[in-house]
Design a protein around this ligand. Sequence first.
Ligand code: GUN
Length: 281
Amino acid sequence: MQILDGKALSDTIKIELKKQSDVLGLSGITPGLAVILVGDDAASQTYVKMKEKACDSAGIYSIIHKMPSTISQEKILETITMINTNPNIDGVLVQLPLPKHIDTTKIIEAIDPKKDVDGFHPFNVGRLVAGLDGFVPCTPLGVMRLLSHYTIDVKGLDACVVGASNIVGKPMMNLLLNAGATVDICHIFTKDLKEHTKKADLVIVGVGKQNLITEDMVKEGAIVIDIGINKTAEGRIVGDVDYENVAPKCTYITPVPGGVGPMTIAMLLENTIKAAHNRLV
Ligand code: GUN
């Protein structure tokens, strides 16, 4: 069993991205990321702080637009328009979830697809589905990068994606499909989850449910990628996989923390630098 060390790989990627930032600097370009953070959700605040710190380490200028949970949709849309037209900003990220009175789709559709470093705009979603270049959501992109770093070729593998969100599961499914895997995608209405996970060479789970994937649900020699982030009663961070009992059956497995999480942030930086490169063309 080998651990897929996302922390180590993300550190290497950040060093490489800092070099790319420095090269862009020679052309007078400082890559810029604008983040919109609405409300005071503790997890969102933590994620945004981590993103801000990571930007610093990669030579990316970042600005956080903090807004109260009572902010109107129009105000957020106005801010996005302002960012879309700001030549010093290459990427826009609206931290999700948004408060209930805000129409998330409208907000995402207002982002300039060329600055959509989260890859959530339907323009980029469509390009991904069609197998064309565009911005790809950071978490599934990070998973693909982690797999390829460890020279794991998904072509021909039976993959099972558990969780069908727009942020993780659906783009993960499309990336795997584009790379030649046969993909099952499971969700809350799946009749028998185990039936799907048990036959998979590659199980990728991102649901947010501690111990969802147990030892009996995974075949011997499987590759297991855990995207879940859960807090235990004792305050420990764990994933969706019963790591202790599943890991001995795997050829490869990601830890939580230190697996996919750091890769997500590294891919956000990479997408922002990619957007900044567009200033040169
Ligand atoms: N909320 C949870 N994950 C994400 C993410 O990847 N991007 C944004 N913008 N919000 C999130």
